[in-house]
Design a protein around this ligand. Sequence first.
Ligand code: KIV
Ligand code: ZN
Length: 512
Amino acid sequence: MTDKLIIFDTTLRDGEQSPGASMTRDEKLRIARQLERLKVDVIEAGFAASSNGDFEAVQAIANAIKDSTVCSLSRANDRDIARAAEALKGASQARIHTFIATSPLHMEKKLRMTPDQVFEQARQSVRFARNLVGDIEFSPEDGYRSEVDFLCRVLEAVIDEGATTINVPDTVGYAVPELYGEFIRTLRERIPNSDKAIWSVHCHNDLGMAVANSLAGVKIGGARQVECTINGLGERAGNCSLEEVVMAVKTRRDYFGLDVGIDARHIVAASRMVSQTTGFVVQPNKAVVGANAFAHASGIHQDGVLKARDTYEIMRAEDVGWSANKIVLGKLSGRNAFKQRLQDLGVVLDSEMEINSAFARFKELADRKSEIFDEDILALVSDESVTNEKEQYGFVSLSQRSETGEMPFAAIVFTAGGKEVSSQAQGNGPVDASLKAIEAHVQSGAEMVLYSVNAISGSTESQGEVTVRLQNSGRVVNGVGSDPDIVVASAKAYLSALNKLQSKADRVAAQG
Ligand code: KIV
Ligand code: ZN
């Protein structure tokens, strides 16, 4: 048993399965680079066989990332596994993660397979994968609700075939900490070759216990890999949150006695990047990365913290990457300072053209807003997808009129397939009028299922960050836009969502 805890991040795979959280290839690449800066051990980059878009994202991440292992999910069949191996060809360290359901419910109702068929398929898939890549992870989906005897039989066989990591998912978030920990321990004790694999935990948060269950799997069960996502992003109530599990193990090293390789100083930047990319706002009281996580409002607490910080603080805000809101750049800052700041924030723009376009937008913003914070820069870079010439739609300009007693009106200019179009409409308010003007031309027919505005850095001088969630033909996407003018931010968010609706091909769903 080693004393190192492996951090396996699945933000780009299980996290992305959250309705609306789909990301473009470039967005995934940007997040993968931030995960590498965080020193995540394994990055699950996607599910290569699910769509061409996912294949390309896994491939791009495999080619770009040097320090972390890059992994692709794959169902337990030769076609999926071969596709995953193909996407991972350029990786410095590659892993294939193959899975098949083992619970009676899933085998009978979903797979319509007998236990013996599932056993054979699991075994053969691991054998096939092992001939392509040396590092193989196997997951019995809905493992926690599987029968122990059957699970032991399957897991012993896949370890014999060369699986190097065994992951035990609580797919539906049904576990409670003590029982989940004991479940992992039982499996490890009963399977004769269990010491040939690293044991991993993968918990969903349906009952709010994903972090607690994962930690119990580590402490009681002896697991040495935790699967988690930034901000706990994931289907339904999400996955185990990376920042919480990492800071629990670091802060309570006295109890867990384990090392984690994560460079926690990049946690807050990673959290913001994921939130701004997906439009999933982080709740203010979220542990570690919420805006209030280190804020002390009550007089007694403030007094205590001023006298001795550890009276009310168990972690230091700066250790997880919180810095006091500082003005980082202003309108006189040059391109080099901007480029350096992007680098410090972990943002890598691929081409000089992208840097120039982001810098032009920075200058434009600095003309309108005297104080530019890190959050502004990150938002500005997230906006890259809206202004990126590769995208179908791009924002150009907007004017709107609203007056008490008058019907608000908006006129917008945007690009559609490289050509500028103008459109106008009236609406209930200026935002409504602007989005109706876009829709009058695009006619996507998409239904808006969420609209939210958030002030990026707190005050009314701050940029507004708008999330628009659209649903069309069963697909759900989030678009994010930011601007000091929230009507413009709304139009950008709407165009960003339309771009995502356009670009995401239908994909095979991972059953996770
Ligand atoms: O939750 C789950 O079971 C999964 C598997 C595909 C590992 O995400
Ligand atoms: Zn999952």
